[in-house]
Design a protein around this ligand. Structure first.
Ligand code: HEM
Length: 426
């Protein structure tokens, strides 16, 4: 039977979006951001200046090249205010960032236009749909297939064999992209070195999606491309219309892109964190009601992306600091999620903490659309890891697993080499 999941071989690393390779290519550091962010905890909640400068590390975003002043937003309260006030702190910042980019998508739009676009796919990402349709149709079967491969031996690189293929398989399958074409599709959408290669990649992905959209328009299936091509979008005057092929294309590109690397890295971070806190991993093994709190805690403690940008639309004052229209705000999840006023001993991972809101998935109008899907994928993956890999331990033939990626964005483990006693599915 043909495989329904993406099976990555070591040779595929290079053709995938690998946060660490990309970070190296861009000359970003792979330092642990928390060492540097710790300096900022006792200072003011909002500081004029580029976050990397305040941290004392080389700049990753060259914000000053394309916009005005830059402010770092550090405390929980200040980050919350900026996320929740999208009229003042807008996502137009992405228009500057994403050239040649995807064009208008959820990410860069704001206000009514953003809301109407988001409403199209909102029902397909709400918890009842992710716990039901996504999990039953795609996640469980992907996990079974991935773990059948992993348990055919007694060692694995879970980063390559579990964390990377899972979200790519689930999201591609959910959209209706066959597993055999998912890798090529993803490769085409990556950031390429030259504008010509970018254009070539996008044209390839666009051709593939156009073919699938035409097929689904004629004969719908139970997948997201079929839902998108038949969906109605509300307009400013309250009437509705079908989305254009171009709108569907951009929407699909964004979601497929956003839904792969993030969950890959965050699941990897979660496995690395729990394996390095064996007493907490054991507590989770014994009491699965800790699963959601554990995922909530690891995402607080170590979100894959440490900072997000916003464009300051009008003169404003945040936590007593005046900010001029045209400035950039760098919202630092890394400091906000470890704000001493919000959490006791926030640098310590503790899956027994009472659940509390944090910013790993953003907040406000642009809060992550796929957050419930991603949590659900991680939950199913961790459950299988606990059930099917007995005596799970680090592989002594490899150096200790470490976190890599950009210091501020795209962090995740470089590899997760483990040994175990394989167990059959119960
Ligand atoms: C652990 C995994 C994930 C993390 C940590 C994450 C994080 C985030 C964050 C922080 C934002 C807000 C960006 C901003 O405010 O500028 C965001 C937005 C978004 N995410 Fe995720 N994400 C994850 C998984 C996913 C998945 C699985 C999907 C879809 C399948 C997805 C789709 C999106 C989309 C479409 C947006 C834009 C929403 C909007 O602007 O209205 N994400 N994500």
């Amino acid at each position: 039977m043909a495989s329904s999941t993406v099976d990555l071989a070591t040779k595929d690393r290079g053709v995938l979006f690998n946060p660490n390779d990309e970070a190296k290519a861009a000359g970003w550091g792979t330092d642990d951001p928390y060492v540097h962010l710790a300096k900022l905890h006792d200072g003011p909640p909002v500081v004029k200046g580029v976050l990397e400068d305040l941290m004392g590390i080389p700049r990753q975003y060259h914000t000053e090249m394309w916009l005005g002043d830059v402010y770092s937003i550090l405390s929980f309260e200040a980050v919350n205010k900026a996320f929740m006030d999208s009229e003042t702190f807008s996502n137009r910042v992405y228009e500057k960032l994403s050239k040649p980019g995807l064009g208008d998508t959820l990410l860069n739009l704001d206000g009514g236009e953003h809301k109407r676009l988001r409403n199209v796919s909102k029902p397909w990402f709400k918890p009842s749909f992710t716990d039901g349709w996504w999990t039953n149709m795609w996640t469980i079967s992907a996990i079974d297939e991935i773990f059948d491969r992993i348990t055919a031996k007694d060692h694995a690189d879970l980063n390559l064999e579990l964390c990377a293929p899972l979200p790519m398989s689930v999201v591609s399958a959910g959209f209706g992209i066959p597993a055999s074409e998912a890798l090529e599709f993803r490769q085409a959408l990556l950031m390429h070195a030259s504008p010509e290669e970018m254009a070539k990649g996008h044209a390839f992905a666009a051709d593939m999606l156009t073919r699938l959209m035409d097929e689904r328009r004629a004969k719908p299936k139970d997948d997201l491309i079929s839902r998108f091509v038949h969906a109605d979008i509300e307009q400013a005057d309250g009437t509705t219309r079908k989305m254009t092929p171009d709108e569907v294309m951009r929407y699909c590109f964004l979601i497929i892109h956003a839904g792969g690397g993030t969950t890959w890295r965050q699941l990897g971070i979660t496995i690395l964190a729990l394996m390095n806190h064996p007493e907490q991993l054991e507590a989770l093994r014994q009491d699965r009601s800790l699963m959601r709190p554990a995922i909530q805690e690891v995402t607080r403690w170590y979100p894959t992306d440490t900072a997000f940008l916003r464009y300051v639309e009008k003169d404003t004052v945040l936590e007593g600091v005046e900010m001029k229209a045209g400035s950039v705000a760098m919202l630092c999840l890394g400091t906000a999620n470890r704000d001493r006023k919000q959490w006791e001993d926030p640098d310590t991972l503790n899956i027994h903490r009472p659940a509390k809101r944090h910013f790993a998935f953003g907040a406000g109008a642009h809060a992550c659309l796929g957050q419930h899907l991603s949590r659900q994928e991680m939950e199913v993956a961790l459950g299988a890891l606990l059930d099917r890999l007995g005596d799970l331990r680090w592989d002594p033939d490899y150096p200790p697993a470490r976190m890599g990626g950009g210091t501020l964005i795209g962090r995740g483990p470089e590899a997760l080499h483990v040994r175990y006693t394989p167990k059959p599915k119960q």
